[in-house]
Design a protein around this ligand. Sequence first.
Ligand code: MLT
Ligand code: MN
Ligand code: ZN
Length: 304
Amino acid sequence: MIIRVLGSGAGGGFPQWNCNCNNCSGVRNQTIKATPRTQSSIAISNDGEHWVLFNASPDIRAQIEAFPGIQPHHGVRDTGISAVVLCDGQIDHTTGLLILRESPKPLEIYCTRMVRDDLESGFPIFNMLGHFCGINHHEIPFDGSAFTIPGIDDLCFYTHALKSKAPPYSPHRENPHAGDNIGILVKQISTGKTLYYSPGLGEIEPQVETAMTNADCILVDGTFWTDSEMIDAGVSKKTARSIGHLPQSGSGGMIEVMDALEKPRKVLIHINNTNPILDEQSEQRNILTQHGIEVAFDGLEIEL
Ligand code: MLT
Ligand code: MN
Ligand code: ZN
């Protein structure tokens, strides 16, 4: 299977429009060695022609233009995007659906019942799309069981609930429900190869540990280096954990979790603009390299 990173940044992207933090000003003024990143999304295909999008970023238009694989190839209106799977109902993972409104047929959207509820109420983009192309919602499980997508014959998707956070406009924000956030194991049936994808991961529960241990590649939450990162940067009063993201450093952090894994290629994704690992010459980035951990960038392609 081919995995293409369309956007490796967290909500806001890098640089963020109104941010003057060390990283954002550094990448704008080229005073640090860093690369801009669009907001969180990947595409997966087993034939290079039919792609499943995982999350639809507000930057999707630029992401499509940057990747010929999902551009129109046949006839006057076409797309390489066969379906969209949503990991949650957050703005950075769903707003791109509005940008796809010119589709001549309904968008094929795979998400849990919880995410569908939020996208029909607090952030009613499913209702809005009803006035354009419409959507076909396919309800997906969150108990670890599998689903398939018509036309994507060689891939199978196993989805499980995660402890993270529903969006601020969800009635579940402070009252988590299973299915607000999911992790996905993608398996190519013909080769047995697997990818574990989880851009928002607040806690390493047993089902997450099992998936990470057995996968050939993991593409997981790289949002923050420390729990207090946004507070320290003076940009927010929220900790990483309070918004559902496990920081990389420290006891029980993502580096420690990844150190225990022998099999997978380890890649961080959904990097927030405050994270010092964005600076390729930082001490923190060097630590990741020493631990054999990669940082995803826009355009990264992984073949399994
Ligand atoms: C998150 O991942 O916590 C959210 O996407 C943050 C945001 O977009 O505001
Ligand atoms: Mn996000
Ligand atoms: Zn910033």
